[in-house]
Design a binder for this molecule. Structure first.
Ligand SMILES: *Cc1c(COP(=O)(O)O)cnc(C)c1O
Length: 452
């Protein structure tokens, strides 16, 4: 029989637990702080924003958290996802490396985001919450939450970053089909939005601004809670179904990874793939090099600072100790909208400080070049975000060609790019810019970090 190209698991192999890496870290991560008192946050401080089950997951020290049957029922629509060997890409590169990608684009919303949107909607519905608010950058998180809310009969109201709202009308349409209400952010329906519009009527928006708007509305209504698509511990934990499945699938190929690469916006798909592998690495069962790839236009790990900062622009959220470019930083409108966030997951930021993984930044033209090569060889059109991971995967495979090393490279293909064809058109027409980010702009945004 020919060697396998895809390992598909039976639906009985969907993981029964999410993995909480906090239980295994050598040093505990610094706590979030109350923005008024600067004291560590208590569960009650978060109650206006999140249901109790998610708050306990946010602060949990348990290694494993059982996935409820009501969530598994919806996961079965698309999980387990395939792990595919990129044989045609390998061949086109002439590399001795073996490249594997875990493909999350087959979910209903087309990305990894439903892995957390579904449990978030489930726990809110369980607590009797009537409506969820959220922000969305490229529209991937918004469509995932809109889909998840429809599963459990929860209303969904979404603030979509203006730049994407204009560039990606079909993501907006998809949210509408799932039954959600969508505003362009900054919007005139919140005080945070109005404040920005008064100063910058043409603001392209940012995730930080959109979060302020969604949090503001949730905070004002008893029957409304807020949902975040990345960054927080419980979100990263929900995503670990990706890595748990990948461990089993790679073993079925008879492989252990030498290099694992993922793109990072807020860090959830990267954490979702890598956390279970970190567990194996910490236990001495494998020793992969793990590498995050971020956009050069929003280089949170590589040029940001590690400090307490707000998660949003208006300063409504708790203070999170994280790698940040400053909550006032508005990234240039690159096409990977999901990577345009000023901060990074506190858990990943902490692990980066501990030296547990590497990070690099890449310009968008090089990433789209990788995306086109991938589409022409493997057939799947990647979302602009994971083209960052693919560009580094290709660079690593080319280094293997030069050194003759037969490395096993594993990468997260966290979404498809079917709604991003306008961006691919621009790339193919030679009209895509790489934005240069000056140190002055970073310094300016960092000057307004809260004093802690
Ligand atoms: C949202 C999104 C990202 C960025 O978010 P992370 O939390 O860093 O994963 C990356 N890729 C896709 C396809 C997304 O939808």
């Amino acid at each position: 029989m020919a060697e396998p190209t895809r390992v598909l698991l039976d639906e009985s192999r969907i993981p029964r637990n999410w993995y909480n890496i906090v239980a295994d870290l050598p040093v505990p991560p610094p706590p979030p702080l109350h923005p008024g008192t600067l004291q560590p946050l208590g569960p009650d401080d978060l109650a206006p924003l999140f249901p109790m089950d998610l708050i306990s997951q946010e602060v949990s020290q348990d290694r494993f958290i059982q996935i409820p049957e009501g969530v598994l029922e919806v996961y079965r629509l698309w999980r387990p996802t395939p792990l595919i060997r990129a044989r045609r890409l390998e061949k086109s590169l002439g590399t001795p490396a073996r490249i594997y990608y875990k493909y999350e684009g087959g979910s209903p919303a087309g990305s990894h985001k439903p892995n957390t949107a579904v449990p978030q909607a489930y726990y809110n519905a369980k607590q009797g919450v009537r409506r969820l608010t959220t922000e969305t950058g490229a529209g991937q998180w918004g469509s995932a939450l809109a889909f998840a809310c429809a599963q459990y009969g929860v209303e969904c109201e979404i603030w979509m970053v203006r730049a994407s709202y204009d560039q990606k009308p079909y993501r907006r349409s998809l949210m509408g089909v799932y039954g959600a209400k969508v505003h362009a952010s900054p919007s005139p329906v919140t005080s945070a939005g109005n404040k920005i519009l008064a100063e910058f009527p043409d603001s392209p928006g940012s995730l930080g601004i959109a979060i302020s708007e969604a949090v503001e509305i949730a905070g004002q209504h008893d029957d409304t809670r807020y949902a975040l698509g990345s960054v927080l511990n419980h979100v990263l934990t929900h995503q670990t179904v990706i890595g748990e499945e990948a461990i089993e699938q790679l073993a079925a190929f008879g492989e252990t990874p030498d290099v694992i690469v993922g793109c990072t916006g807020g860090g959830s798909n990267f954490a979702g793939l890598t956390f279970p592998f970190f567990r194996e690495k910490l236990a001495g069962r494998m020793n992969p090099t793990i590498r995050a790839v971020e956009p050069a236009a929003c280089p949170t790990f590589t040029r940001g600072t590690y400090a307490y900062d707000f998660g949003d622009t208006a300063g409504f959220t708790p203070l999170l100790k994280m790698h940040t470019l400053g909550h006032d930083f508005v990234p240039d409108p690159i096409h990977a909208g999901g990577l345009r966030y000023h901060g990074m997951a506190p858990l990943l930021s902490h692990m980066y400080e501990l030296g547990m993984f590497e990070a690099i930044a890449m310009g968008q033209r090089e990433c789209f070049e990788a995306g086109v090569r991938f589409a022409r060889t493997e057939g799947i059109l990647p979302a602009p975000e994971p083209t960052h991971a693919l560009a580094e995967t290709i660079a690593e495979a080319v280094r293997c060609r030069e050194s003759g090393e037969e490395k096993v490279i594993l990468t997260a293909l966290c979404g498809h790019g079917h709604f991003d064809l306008a961006a691919y058109d621009r790339y193919l027409a030679g009209e895509m810019d790489d934005f240069a980010l000056t140190q002055e702009r970073i310094d300016q945004a960092l000057a307004t970090l809260p004093k802690v």
